[in-house]
Design a protein around this ligand. Sequence first.
Ligand SMILES: C[S@@+](CC[C@H](N)C(=O)[O-])C[C@H]1O[C@@H](n2cnc3c(N)ncnc32)[C@H](O)[C@@H]1O
Length: 261
Amino acid sequence: MTSQTCSIVCEPGTCDTFQFMAKILKMKVLHPGGLHATKLLAEKCKISSDMIILDAGCGSGLSDIFIANKYGCRIVGIDIETETLLKAQAEAVSNGLGDRVVFRVGNANNLPFQDQIFDGAIFQAALIFTNKTEALQSVYQKVRSGGFLGVIELAWKKPPLEKIVTKVRETLCAAAVNTETHSDWIQLFRKNGFEVIHSELLDHKFNFRGMFENEGLISSLRIALKYINDESVKKKMAQITSLFKETGEYLGYGIYVARKK
Ligand SMILES: C[S@@+](CC[C@H](N)C(=O)[O-])C[C@H]1O[C@@H](n2cnc3c(N)ncnc32)[C@H](O)[C@@H]1O
């Protein structure tokens, strides 16, 4: 089940993990490594205040607010989910960033912008939901020459056994297995016209401290209460935690920075 097909009945038992995090727990940062990884990515991309950046598959837009606040740049977030973007825009306005962070409905596979308009583009846990080659070609057109591509995505540390792929598909999300090995991600960026200048492969670490840093105090307390009071939520979280433990030899996430040649 992909996140796009799970919008009518969203129950912890049947929901994929990204939907569980977004719709049941109402988490706002859905990529591996959270805002800590976003900060590493932004620094490697050398984001500066004079830049205009595209965030493809931006979700709640919290990363965009974080980046615009920290680096002073302008960001355009696009996503296929209109309702999420309405909330994202309200959040940007309430953070005093309505003039620098804007959201627009759009498909990463066919971006609705002029060519070469962005200084850089990021994907955070979003490329795996797309046709990756189409999305990378689309982004390539919209980024200026010498501009950057920054990516945070799930990555296989080594080619996975079929039983690992099945487990990840069933427990985490069908889109999760649309990922690549670390070296195949690098090849894919190269094939689509980007020169990879930084790549690192990291382990998943799920803990309450990370959640607190991403989601803030009030949301973290709300999530903790759901966890305490709802057995199905507790069960799903236990499944996710043990999946990452059991597949840790295979499944991590990568941070990639590349330049348009
Ligand atoms: C796992 S969430 C990640 C959201 C956000 N980037 C983050 O890090 O929290 C994936 C997002 O990609 C969006 N998405 C999926 N397919 C897309 C596409 N073809 N074009 C644009 N956005 C897409 C989904 O709606 C969802 O918001």
